[in-house]
Write a protein that binds this ligand. Structure first.
Ligand SMILES: [Zn+2]
Ligand SMILES: [Zn+2]
Length: 258
């Protein structure tokens, strides 16, 4: 399996994943033009996507969704709750497949399992993705780590994990009081500290890569997020990568032997 975080943060989120001849996107939070341009940087094309999966209806995850699935006739996979929220603004959609927490969907060589996340959206999910070799755990846009989330993320070969904010920077920062409360709530976003606590719990000898996701440009510093995660990983040899808002990551190989 190979993964590229095309964009991550409140300005837009999208992750490209492939295995064998199969390729999918998780979320389409950039315009079709930008998503296609970023795919081109890794030598891939939107017309070759077999599916687009969506985590939830917030605009940083769906702003480019209608155009990309329409233009390239890509089947769309969302929960019923997400579809209720996006159907009126996404325009006509090609083929929609409802998904449910803990019911894996097979897309060629990939198995994509949605799992419910605590977030202030209608029926939000994150994903566990498997191919014959590896398990990728995706965990963004969650306000807290439930025992259920913790169990889902065990034994992963790689993790795409939210490290949204530093608590002190958020508290001292420019956001309004209600927005600060929303971000800190159990239905908001994961702090560096919570991310670190979760990483310390689920790390194991087979964990090869950790990508920190959805970093706030206002309430976080990449260095602080990285130091917290590195400390949490202890003596793990996992590679630590920070996903960016303005450029795609490398096309990472997710394989237990790499
Ligand atoms: Zn969200
Ligand atoms: Zn988001």
């Amino acid at each position: 399996m190979k993964v590229c975080v095309l964009s991550s943060g409140s300005g837009g989120n999208s992750v490209y994943i492939e295995a064998g001849d199969s390729a999918i996107l998780l979320d389409a939070g950039l315009s079709e033009k930008k998503l296609s341009a970023r795919l081109a940087l890794i030598g891939r094309e939107a017309k070759d996507l077999d599916a687009v999966f969506v985590t939830h209806e917030h605009s940083d995850h769906v702003s480019g969704l209608g155009p990309i699935v329409r233009k390239h006739q890509i089947p769309l996979y969302t929960t019923e709750g997400t579809m209720r929220k996006i159907s009126h603004r996404a325009g006509r959609l090609p083929a929609w497949h409802p998904i449910r927490s803990e019911e894996p969907v097979t897309i060629g060589a990939l198995s994509v399992e949605p799992y419910a996340t605590p977030h202030d959206a209608e029926e939000s999910v994150a994903f566990i993705i498997r191919d014959e070799n590896a398990k990728l755990g995706h965990a963004t846009d969650l306000g807290c780590v439930t025992p259920f989330v913790r169990e889902k993320l065990r034994h992963c070969t790689a993790l795409l994990m939210e490290a949204n904010h530093d608590i002190d920077m958020l508290n001292a920062g420019p956001y309004s009081w209600p927005l600060k409360q929303r971000i800190k709530s159990e239905l908001g976003h994961l702090s560096n500290e919570s991310c670190g606590e979760l990483l310390a719990d689920v790390t194991h000898s087979g964990l090869r890569s950790v990508v920190l996701m959805h970093l706030s440009e206002t309430n976080n510093h990449p260095e602080i997020a990285a130091i917290t995660a590195r400390q949490a990983l202890g003596d793990s040899t996992a590679r630590l990568i920070l996903a960016k808002q303005n450029q795609p990551s490398e096309l990472l190989s997710i394989d237990p032997s790499v």
